[in-house]
Design a protein around this ligand. Structure first.
Ligand code: BEZ
Ligand code: FE
Length: 290
């Protein structure tokens, strides 16, 4: 039996009525966002001529994501990341004039310890030593006193503490209060490319789509200071594998940094390491709260 396609008027009526159904939300922003979401989702259904089977597969995907999601592992966040939605939100909510933001990812830990400026995070573990230092400034290049750095990365085996019972939960992560001139510095190791978790429905989707599952190496940094818009960002070593093919679309040109050999013997002595070691310098720029 062949069915005739729905008339344009009929689809438009459904879309209009569904959009209108949010018009009286208590929060006008909720009304705006939900009505636009309906508009674009309906346009997607109409344009792709989505079948019932495909819609049910989509619901199965969401159910499987819910079943695997826990406090420690959120499949919906990962879905948002690999769809580029997290990065789109970063891009559209980025205030003008500051350092570009990038994805938070699932391994941030609110309980990171406040360590002294100049901390050595390496604790005799394997990995190329990197002296990471820089400054936090405002949009005029003036130092911001009282800025805080929240830093985390993966270990030499490519894993974060949450994925590796051998690692201390505080390994290679810390908070640092910058000095009065906005300066910070710490000793860490070179980060490594990393695959997003692939044992859930998102992994199955990536495989079925023949998509890359790797992220380039990166440092995660959250920079905050009273009176300024907080910055969640990442720094990527220039030349890292996957820098042009990040599966969560987090790389921005201003966030790619050279890891250069450094021969500074004072710094080597201070950290008890051999020169040359690697050095990364970065100036984070924060935008004043409006
Ligand atoms: C990460 O940076 O570790 C990450 C980001 C997004 C999804 C998965 C992992
Ligand atoms: Fe990461």
């Amino acid at each position: 039996m062949s069915t005739s396609p729905p008339s344009v008027a009929m689809t438009q009526t459904v879309t209009f009525e569904a959009m209108q159904s949010f018009a009286h939300a208590t929060d006008p922003r909720l009304a705006e966002v939900m009505s636009l979401l309906v508009k674009h989702l309906h346009a997607f259904v109409a344009e792709s001529k989505l079948t019932k089977e495909e819609w049910l597969r989509g619901l199965d995907f969401l159910n499987a994501s819910a079943a695997i999601t826990t406090e420690e592992r959120n499949e919906f966040s990962l879905f948002s990341d690999i769809m580029g939605i997290s990065s789109m939100v970063d891009v559209v909510s980025q205030p003008e004039g500051g350092t570009p933001s990038s994805v938070l990812g699932p391994f941030h830990n609110h309980d990171s310890l406040l360590r002294p400026n100049g901390v050595d995070l390496t604790d005799a573990q394997p990995g190329e030593r990197v002296w990471f230092h820089g400054r936090v400034v405002d949009s005029h290049g003036q130092a911001i006193a009282q800025a805080q750095i929240d830093f985390w990365q993966n270990a030499d085996n490519g894993l974060y503490p949450a994925q590796d019972p051998e690692q201390d939960p505080h390994n290679l992560r810390c908070k640092i209060a910058c000095d009065a001139a906005g300066n910070f510095n710490l000793l860490t190791i070179r980060p490594h490319p990393y695959t997003v978790p692939t044992d859930g429905p998102v992994g199955a989707l990536l495989a079925a789509s023949r998509r890359n599952i790797w992220r380039p190496a990166h440092y995660h940094v959250i920079v905050s200071a009273p009176g300024y818009v907080g910055l969640v960002t990442e720094l990527f070593p220039k030349g890292s594998d996957y820098i042009d093919n990040d599966t969560v679309f987090g790389v921005r040109p201003g966030l790619i940094v050279p890891f250069e050999p450094c021969h500074d013997s004072e710094v080597a002595k201070r950290f008890g390491i051999d020169a040359p070691f690697l050095e990364v310098t970065y100036e984070f720029q924060l935008v004043k709260q409006g």
